[in-house]
Write a protein that binds this ligand. Structure first.
Ligand code: CO
Length: 134
């Protein structure tokens, strides 16, 4: 089911500070910030040779990552995104095995314009997993 690692996401309280540290201190290439109001976040991607790091900054009043940042005020690793070939097939197989999908189980369009789903952290070693169909 799982293919490549697509990205690791880090929730950040201050996106421009995160971009500045990765660009200036770590010498990385970072994309321009992109607001995703339907996901309640502004994102930017650190582009590495073999994968990406996704920065997530809360956007709007009831952002899904606001609670995470309350518990982790300095920021922290929020989720891991794996690629799958067929997201609906992956969802059905996971549900048959008792794994919980967040929300109503309908894939949403993610930051790359591709369908994504999130899996319940309690079913996967305490880590939030995003699946993205590539
Ligand atoms: Co993500």
């Amino acid at each position: 089911m799982l293919q490549r690692l697509n990205h690791v996401a880090i929730a950040v309280p201050d996106l421009s500070a995160a971009i500045a540290i990765y660009e200036n201190t770590l010498g990385a290439k970072v994309t321009a910030p992109q607001a995703l109001p339907e996901h309640g976040v502004t994102v930017a991607f650190v582009e590495l040779a073999n994968t990406k790091i996704e920065f997530l900054e809360p956007l709007g009043t009831d952002s899904a990552i606001a609670g995470f940042l309350q518990k982790n005020p300095a920021g922290g690793i929020h989720h891991i995104c794996y690629e799958v070939d067929d997201i609906l097939q992956a969802r059905d197989k996971l549900q048959q095995q008792g794994a919980r999908i967040l929300g109503d189980g309908t894939p949403k369009i993610g930051a790359h314009g591709k369908p994504v789903l999130f899996l319940h952290p309690k079913d996967f070693q305490g880590s939030l997993i995003e699946l993205e169909q590539v």
